[in-house]
Design a protein around this ligand. Structure first.
Ligand SMILES: Cc1ncc(COP(=O)(O)O)c(C=O)c1O
Length: 506
C-alpha cells in the first residue's frame, strides 16, 4: 500500500486566532472537511498531535481534543503506538463522487465561453505501436540508450551549484556552443553561441516569436498546406494568418506579396515543406529574402527533421543565405533525439535577441539545466553525430519498407514517392479515392492515418495520406499496410471488403 502519510504532513491547515471558534474546533472542522471531501484519503496517516501543534503554533491539548472528537465520530482510527489513520470504508461523499464530478465538469465546459481559437486537440497523439503511421516517431537504439544512461549518471554524479540555481535563460553556454558548432557544420547556419537560445522545442520558439514581433499588425503568412500546430499557435496568439499556396518550388512568394504585402513575418519549412516534402527552390529563397529585406519582415525557418537526409543534393539552411539578418532559424532536438526530451533551439538575429530572451524568461525562465548538461555532453563527445548517422540508415530502411509495402499492396490506389528527407511520406490517392473517407474508415478498423486534404486552408486540397515511417519497426510496417489495404477496400468496394474484415486471409 502506498504511504499516504506525507500528504497529511503537507496539508495546508490554518487557524484564525481572532476567531470566536475555539482552536480545537477549527482543527476538527478542517480535518473533517478534508476527510469528507477526500482531499485526505482513507488510510492516510495523520501527523502526530505534537507535530500538528508545533506546525500551527497551538497548544498540544487543542490538537489532542480535535483528534479525540474525530476518533469518537469514527472518522479516524487509532492504532496504539502507530498513530492516527483516516478510517477506511467511509462512504463516498457526493462532491467527491467521480461520476458526478465528471458530469458537472462537462456541464461547465459546455457553458464555457469560447475565447481564443485554441484548436481541436482531440487528436493529441500518444505514440505507440498501435499507431503505425504516427508522424514524427523517433527511435532510440540500444547504443544511444546506454550512452544516455551513462551520461545521465555521470552528470548526476558531478552536479554542482550551477545546476541547481537559476541560470542563463538562453540555456547553458556549453550547450549553446555545441549547438552552434553543429549548426555551422551541418546546416551552414551563420551564428555564434550568443545568438542561440535553447527552447523547449519548435512550438515554444514559434510562440515566443509571435509574441515579440512588432505590434504593427501581426499579419503573417503561413504555408498552405502547412503544419497545423504552427497555424494554431499563431491564431492563439491573435495573429492574422494568411495562407499562401505551396507549389512544386515551395511557398509561392509572389502570391504572398499579392495577398498580404504588409505581413510582418512568414513561417516556412524550406528544407522539407510540411507536409508535401517539397524543397524551397533557390529562386524562391532569394525572392523571400528580398521581400523580407525590403519590407523589414521576418522569415521564420522551421528546419525540422533536416538531420534525416537520405539522398539527393542537400540544400543548406535558408538562414545561411541571409546577409541581412532577417531569418529566425528554429531547430528541434525533439526529432533529432526524442520528443520526450522537449529541447530545441533558435538562432535569433541580433535585433530581436533581447526581446526574444526576455519573452523566454517570462514564459518559464530557463530550460532545465540537468537535461542540458546531458545533451551538451552527448553532442560534445560526438555521440549526437553518430546517433544521426545510425538513425539515417534505420529510418531510410523503414522508409523503403513502407514504400515497397505500399507499392506492393496498394499500387492501384496510391501513388507514392520516396522522400529524400524527413520522417514521413505522402501517398496520393488515385481513382478518385478520398483521403478523408479512408481516414474515417480507418478509425473503425484501428488504422490511424492523416488525410493531407485537411491540412489545406484556402488552396485547392489534394487527396493524399501523410504516413510516418520513422521509428516504426520494419516488422510492424507490412501488417499495418495490410490493414490499410483492407480499409481502403472498404472505401472503394464496401460490401466485398466487409467480408474480408470479417474473415481476414490467413
Ligand atoms: C513542421 C514541424 N516542425 C516542428 C516539429 C517539432 O516540434 P517540437 O520541437 O515542438 O516537438 C514538428 C513535429 O512534428 C513538425 O512537423
Amino acid at each position: 500500500m502506498k504511504n499516504r502519510q506525507s500528504w497529511a504532513d503537507l496539508y495546508a491547515f490554518e487557524v484564525i486566532r481572532q476567531s470566536d471558534t475555539p482552536l480545537f474546533r477549527q482543527l476538527y472542522l478542517q480535518l473533517r472537511a478534508a476527510i469528507l471531501s477526500r482531499r485526505l484519503r482513507p488510510g492516510t496517516k495523520l501527523p502526530s498531535t505534537r507535530e500538528l501543534a508545533s506546525q500551527l503554533a497551538v497548544s498540544r491539548s487543542a490538537a489532542v481534543a480535535a483528534y479525540e472528537q474525530l476518533l469518537a465520530e469514527g472518522y479516524t482510527s487509532g492504532r496504539h503506538g502507530s498513530g492516527t489513520y483516516i478510517s477506511p470504508g467511509l462512504p463516498e461523499p457526493i462532491e467527491g463522487n467521480p461520476q458526478r464530478r465528471k458530469k458537472s465538469a462537462a456541464a461547465a465546459a459546455s457553458k464555457a465561453v469560447p475565447m481564443q481559437p485554441l484548436g481541436d486537440f482531440v487528436d493529441v497523439t500518444v505514440q505507440s505501436d498501435q499507431r503505425p503511421f504516427n508522424l514524427g516517431r523517433t527511435l532510440i537504439d540500444h547504443r544511444t540508450l546506454e550512452l544516455w544512461r551513462k551520461l545521465s549518471a555521470r552528470t548526476f554524479r558531478s552536479l554542482d551549484a550551477s545546476h541547481f540555481g537559476y541560470s542563463d535563460p538562453r540555456g547553458t553556454l556549453e550547450l549553446r556552443k555545441a549547438i552552434c558548432d553543429y549548426l555551422q557544420a551541418a546546416r551552414a547556419v551563420r551564428c555564434d553561441p550568443e545568438q542561440i537560445v535553447v527552447t523547449a522545442g519548435t512550438q515554444q520558439a514559434i510562440d515566443i516569436v509571435i509574441r515579440i514581433l512588432p505590434n504593427r499588425n501581426k499579419e503573417v503568412w503561413v504555408e498552405d498546406p502547412g503544419y497545423p500546430l504552427t497555424r494554431q499557435a499563431l491564431l492563439a496568439a491573435g495573429a492574422t494568418v494568411h495562407p499562401i499556396p505551396v507549389d512544386g518550388q515551395g511557398i509561392d512568394v509572389g502570391r504572398g506579396i499579392q495577398s498580404a504585402p504588409n505581413a510582418c513575418a512568414v513561417f516556412v519549412t524550406p528544407s522539407h515543406q510540411f507536409p508535401t516534402g517539397v524543397v524551397l527552390s533557390m529562386a524562391r529563397r532569394l525572392e523571400l529574402l528580398a521581400w523580407a529585406r525590403k519590407k523589414n519582415a521576418w522569415i521564420v525557418e522551421d528546419d525540422y527533421a533536416s538531420e534525416f537526409r537520405y539522398g539527393g543534393r542537400p540544400l543548406a539552411s535558408l538562414q545561411g543565405l541571409d546577409e541581412g539578418e532577417r531569418v529566425i532559424y528554429i531547430g528541434t532536438l525533439n526529432k533529432a533525439l526524442f520528443p520526450g526530451l522537449r529541447l530545441g533551439y533558435a538562432v535569433i538575429p541580433h535585433a530581436l535577441l533581447r526581446p526574444f530572451v526576455a519573452a523566454r524568461y517570462l514564459m518559464d525562465r530557463q530550460p532545465s539545466t540537468l537535461s542540458q548538461a546531458v545533451v551538451a555532453a552527448f553532442m560534445e563527445e560526438g555521440h549526437f553525430a553518430a546517433h544521426i548517422r545510425r538513425m539515417r540508415v534505420l529510418y531510410r530502411a523503414q522508409r523503403d519498407e513502407l514504400v515497397a509495402a505500399l507499392k506492393r499492396q496498394l499500387g492501384d490506389d496510391l501513388t507514392v514517392v520516396a522522400p529524400d528527407q524527413g520522417m514521413h511520406l505522402v501517398a496520393f490517392t488515385r481513382r478518385g479515392l478520398s483521403d478523408n473517407a479512408i481516414e474515417r474508415a480507418g478509425r473503425q478498423h484501428g488504422v490511424v492515418v492523416r488525410p493531407m486534404s485537411r491540412l489545406y486552408l484556402a488552396a485547392a486540397p489534394r487527396s493524399a495520406l501523410v504516413l510516418g515511417f520513422s521509428g516504426h519497426s520494419r516488422l510492424t510496417i507490412a501488417p499495418a499496410v495490410e490493414r490499410l489495404a483492407r480499409t481502403i477496400e472498404t472505401v472503394s468496394t464496401p460490401s466485398r471488403a466487409r467480408q474480408r474484415f470479417a474473415a481476414p486471409k490467413r
